[in-house]
Design a binder for this molecule. Sequence first.
Ligand SMILES: [Zn+2]
Length: 304
Amino acid sequence: MYLGIDKGGTRHTFILADAEGEVLHRVQHETDRHAGAQAELESLRQEVVSLLAKASASGSPVKAIGISFGGPVDIRTGRTLLSHHVPGWEGVPLRDLFEEWFGTPTVLDNDANVGALGEWKFGAGAGCCDMVYVNVGTGIGGGVIANGQLVRGERNLAGEIGHMTIDPKGPVCTCGRTGCLESFASGLSIARRYRERFGSGEPEDLSSRAIFEKAGADDPNAKSLITETADYLARGLGAAVSLLNPELVVLGGGLSETGDLLFKPLNELLAKYILPQAVGVRVVPALLGYEAGVRGAVALAMGA
Ligand SMILES: [Zn+2]
């Protein structure tokens, strides 16, 4: 059996899976983001103890553990570098702690890479050899599968499509630079652009989902903003397609649920930014939703 763990911002998800990666048992906890890394570590430890015992009792002990971590990690040392949500995760030797506590091989990676693995092994990219995964949520993350392997790069930063420069004169990005894809097309950026242009009377917390709903109800402002968003995404995806010639681009996160409103213009506009010979590539919605991380963590464990 394999144990996959998705350690997200406020949610920890665990699954026990069989040798094919099929889910046998699933547990989820909401966590208190103010409790800090030590409290989270202890809660992870307790749940893993209980799941390892459950697997052993079933006669099929856990062979390896995979962890999707919501923040950058150093995969060479198995340390977390920081959590985007919870203080105290700087430099925690998570892999070594797990191996010491449980005596079980453990693999750790960031949530973008693990999400890519999940969609590739069990979701929209199943059976495909070359795939780009892009997660558009509050930010934009991504992962690359090339020649049937996850590409990590020298510092595990391959696939950071959210920080491709789309327009150097563009808005300030969360990374501190300007004009990254994330600064135009993340959920937060879509809402900000809408408010700046049309929204003098709109609430501060207007969500990108609400804008897609307006577009679905034929609101012309929302529709034009979404076409423009599709164009920004197409520029970023076009660059990725030119570099990697994938068969599929899998779009995950909140935007994966927008249907034809986004995917139709996005697939049409993508053709503007790629070589005519590459137009066979399709942008498709992710299939696993929030389960991509924990299923990918199982894939990570299976490769351990
Ligand atoms: Zn950036």
